[in-house]
Design a protein around this ligand. Sequence first.
Ligand SMILES: C[S@@+](CC[C@H](N)C(=O)[O-])C[C@H]1O[C@@H](n2cnc3c(N)ncnc32)[C@H](O)[C@@H]1O
Length: 230
Amino acid sequence: MKVEHAPVPELRPSEYTATLIQGLRARAAWVRGVAALEIGSGSGVVLATLGELGAASLCGVDIEQEAVTISKALLAKLGHGASSQVFCGDMWQPVAGRRFGLIAANLPHFPMKGAELSGRLPSWSDGGIDGRRLLDPFLDGLPHHLASGGRAVIAHNGFVDLERSREKAERAGLSLRIAHTTLVYLPDEKLEHMSESIVRREEGRSIHRYGPYAFAEMHIVEIGAAGSLS
Ligand SMILES: C[S@@+](CC[C@H](N)C(=O)[O-])C[C@H]1O[C@@H](n2cnc3c(N)ncnc32)[C@H](O)[C@@H]1O
């Protein structure tokens, strides 16, 4: 059997990506035949999933040139080269004026201040002090980039105030629904870097400790017009 080389460690897909892929696979009907976008496309594996599920076209945006190069190579290798574009840029800026039927995102939204988690580029996880540095601009831009009847499927940490995300979506005339919740392991290194106010607020709510082991709730969230969600 030929051994395939995994992406460089900084771009190794996480359990968040795995759960997002699972969420998209469960919603294949939302993907088939539509123009699909991923913001923060990293390794390109979520775009590859969207291609496999039958998206008419694939578009990725990532702030890291290395991610763009790696994801383009993956998409070409899997036969999606001609139907895909991957831009190096900031959030919505490379897709200004464009709308998509399905928008996926697993944004950096870990609440921390200026620290680097080992093995990861800061741009992979750093969500600023409240975890919302990218989540808020994503939600603000979403209504301007969803096609009529389009939906977003995103990974959303339980400890970054889901109700604030819901309010933002509703203010734009969209609904937000938790599709699935899972627990992710929070290693000591991550907990040590997490904003203290969030740890204090969320222990016993979305963060669960059992002796030395801690887990956090992570949601797969759907956003779209009321009545269009599952
Ligand atoms: C948690 S990773 C998700 C990656 C991808 N889903 C995967 O599994 O390979 C977040 C990604 O967002 C990218 N990113 C960070 N800030 C960004 C921004 N302002 N605009 C676009 N992408 C950004 C990072 O470079 C990283 O690739």
